[in-house]
Design a protein around this ligand. Structure first.
Ligand code: ZN
Length: 256
């Protein structure tokens, strides 16, 4: 099993990954709060040649489901650009949040926008890397919070080989999905889990809040998290508070 963590892109993630002894890491390729196009990474060749795998997390402003053209269009462009930057690093995927709509908007149109994201890219030869759609914690109009919404989303994107799934355990818990048996229920819908974000939650079940905690210090039974990691058959990324990542790694390695 491959285990890693989200690391800061503005330090030396490759060096840090080697220091932690992890198999892979996740990073941003641009300021996650901005729409800035990623700059070429001067160390790209080192990343590509390293035995340590990379996955890229896209910026937070992206919402490809949005019915608002002024949000959806830059979102599509940002996904394309960040997938390109991810490919340059030899990454195996780009994580993109499911996104959400606003009050009163037609959810079906949001799912169709996800379909269009992939459909439009087919003519351009696809994205630089697969797009790993991540479940999110909050919102009544989210595209990928509950299994019911993931099911509808997958009816729209399931036909595209480049549509993958990233399961975040904190988001699932806070979004009101029981973690016991969740891997099987997700796979029954998507047929795949490409990445796990293994995080505990500072908040209670179905709280709709997105506050990550270290594996043994949140509201979720750490043994349940280890069981998700064990059964998912996918690489694991910890997005937990940095100071205790070594302790999280030790816990996981002992349990798996
Ligand atoms: Zn996550």
């Amino acid at each position: 099993m491959r285990i890693g963590a989200h690391l800061r892109e503005d330090t030396d993630p490759l060096g840090m990954a080697a220091e932690l002894g992890i198999d892979l890491f996740q990073m941003f390729v641009t300021d996650p709060q901005s729409w800035k196009k990623p700059a070429p990474n001067p160390r790209a060749q080192e990343f590509r040649e390293s035995a340590i795998d990379v996955v890229v997390h896209s910026s937070y402003s992206i919402n490809v489901a949005s019915l608002n053209n002024r949000l959806r269009m830059p979102s599509r462009k940002a996904v394309e650009q960040q997938a390109e930057a991810a490919a340059d690093l030899g990454a195996f995927g780009l994580v993109v949040h499911g996104g959400h709509l606003r009050d009163g908007e037609d959810r079906m149109a949001g799912f169709v926008n996800w379909h269009k994201l992939f459909e439009r890219q087919v003519d351009k030869g696809g994205f630089g890397v697969p797009i790993l759609i991540e479940n999110t914690a909050g919102g009544d109009h989210a595209m990928a919070r509950t299994l019911e919404s993931i099911d509808r989303l997958w009816s729209e994107v399931g036909e595209f080989e480049q549509a993958g799934f990233c399961l975040d355990t904190c988001h699932a818990w806070a979004g009101g999905e029981d973690l016991i048996g969740l891997v099987e229920r997700v796979k029954a819908i998507t047929g795949r889990i490409d990445l796990v974000h293994l995080n505990n939650s500072r908040d209670e079940f179905d709280s709709r809040r997105d506050r990550h905690a270290n594996l043994e210090s949140g509201r979720i039974d750490a043994a349940v998290l280890a069981e998700v990691a064990r059964t998912a058959d996918a690489p694991i990324i910890l997005e937990t508070p940095t100071e205790d990542i070594p302790a999280d790694l030790t816990y996981l390695r002992d349990r798996l």
